[in-house]
Design a protein around this ligand. Structure first.
Ligand code: NI
Ligand code: MN
Length: 227
């Protein structure tokens, strides 16, 4: 598959059969994004939690493409009520879409959504996402603190790529992400959720001395890699 980081927590997966998956499509209002929301093509939209910097342009993309939104039951129900195609899950649960396998994991974080008029709705709990496709296993941690049960995520199947937030303040910082890596034991760790705003500015290279050689993969926004 091909994988691209689009700034903040937005990651897209392009499977060998042509399936297009976008995770946490925060594009409009994301100063680091390389995408234009109205032009995004997607078959599946995966959402880790409801915060606006993760739901982002999910509704617009889903309307334009008829993509299936996969997220928690609460977020799925919220968008189903708006007439969109959804599939609801909960942490610990796995689902085979027919194109790929997905499992939601725990995350330590909130999951409120601020609507356009400023109304705040609570949409369940935050999650991480594991995707298996094309013989590869990807873990997108969403927004979370480090937690020792990440060991279980790593033990359940070798992670080829783990996308971990390192921005600090709202999520793990770089040192905690290194601790998370020691639990997860991924082949590769890709830092995300940093340098979008001043409050989450980080230098991912500070992590390199604390990780096994070759694990840290610092991606540039918009650069597609084949894994
Ligand atoms: Ni968040
Ligand atoms: Mn966030």
């Amino acid at each position: 598959m091909k994988v691209t980081w689009h700034g903040h927590a937005c990651v897209s997966l392009y499977l060998n059969d042509g399936t297009r998956i976008i995770i946490d499509p925060f594009i409009t209002g994301n100063p680091t994004s390389d995408l234009v929301a109205k032009d995004v093509q997607a078959d599946y939209i995966l959402i880790t939690h409801a915060h606006n910097d993760h739901i982002g342009d999910a509704e617009l993309i889903a309307r334009n493409t008829e993509a299936l939104i996969i997220s928690t039951v609460e977020i799925a129900d919220y968008f189903a009520k708006k007439g969109l195609n959804t599939h609801g899950m909960q942490p610990g649960g796995a689902f085979n879409t027919g194109r790929f396998w997905i499992k939601l994991t725990p995350a330590i974080h909130g999951s409120s959504y601020t609507e356009q008029d400023g109304n705040i709705v609570q949409l369940g709990i935050a999650t991480g996402i594991i995707v298996k496709a094309d013989g590869k296993c990807i873990y997108h941690a969403g927004d979370t603190a480090v937690f020792s049960d990440m060991r279980l995520i790593g033990e359940a199947g070798r992670l080829d790529y783990a996308f971990l937030p390192i921005g600090d303040n709202y999520t793990m910082g770089p040192r905690d992400a290194c601790k998370a890596s020691s639990f997860l034991q991924p082949r590769h760790l890709v830092p995300i959720h940093y340098n979008t705003f001043e409050l989450i500015e980080q230098d991912p290279e500070t992590m390199r001395p604390f990780l096994p050689k070759g694990v840290l993969v610092v991606l540039d926004v918009g650069v597609e890699i084949t894994i």
